[in-house]
Design a binder for this molecule. Structure first.
Ligand SMILES: [Zn+2]
Length: 202
């Protein structure tokens, strides 16, 4: 069965979102078509205003509201330890640690993981920025970077790569403890597991 062009294209775009398969994307496209015009307009306007209204924290790369500051609320908070950086794959991982208040340092959001064939992995994970951030920190000897990528094949490869990049800076580099079971993503971990993983970092 041929679908209308608009539905086809919407399906293609939605299918690029994580966790959305082709059939689900098609279903969602038809759901969107069922919605009333006011709802669709609001969604379209919201998406369109992302670039004007949102920016990324220059330190940790979290998405934030544009508000005249280059740093997010966590990075600009005086109560957060600047010499402790938790490296996570995505925003929702930060959310996890923040919800359960497991961590009092700051973050670096890589925006994903790398695979062995990746052409420019450092760029993809914003590692040049992380490297500079560590390098220019005044009291580097007290610094700790905790790598909290998922305990999956790609997550582990990514962790090894980040470790290699930061090695020359001679800081303490740790990884989350094995509280997280194989294949476990931080996103779905419960507070106790997260706490254990943080405590047992090595
Ligand atoms: Zn930040």
């Amino acid at each position: 069965m041929a679908h209308p062009k608009h539905i086809q294209r919407t399906t293609e775009l939605l299918g690029q979102l994580p966790g959305i398969g082709p059939r689900q994307a098609l279903r969602l496209s038809y759901v969107l078509a069922e919605k009333n015009i006011i709802w669709r307009k609001e969604l379209a306007q919201l998406l369109e205003s992302f670039d004007a209204q949102l920016s990324r924290c220059e330190l940790c790369f979290r998405v934030m509201e544009q508000r005249g500051s280059s740093y997010c609320d966590i990075c600009s908070s005086p109560s957060r330890a600047k010499d402790s950086i938790l490296v996570v794959e995505k925003e929702s991982d930060v959310e996890q640690f923040e919800t359960y208040q497991q961590f009092q340092g700051t973050y670096h959001v890589t925006g994903g993981t790398i695979s062995p064939l990746e052409k420019n992995p450092g760029e993809k994970l914003r590692l040049r920025a992380l490297f500079e951030r560590v390098k220019t920190y005044p009291a580097r000897s007290t610094m700790e970077v905790i790598i909290a990528t998922s305990n999956t094949l790609e997550g582990n490869q990514t962790a090894a790569y980040i470790e290699r990049i930061l090695q020359p800076l001679q800081i303490k580099i740790t990884r989350l403890g094995r509280g997280l079971s194989t294949g476990a993503e931080i996103e779905y971990a419960d507070p106790l597991t997260l706490e254990q993983a943080l405590k047992n970092r090595k």
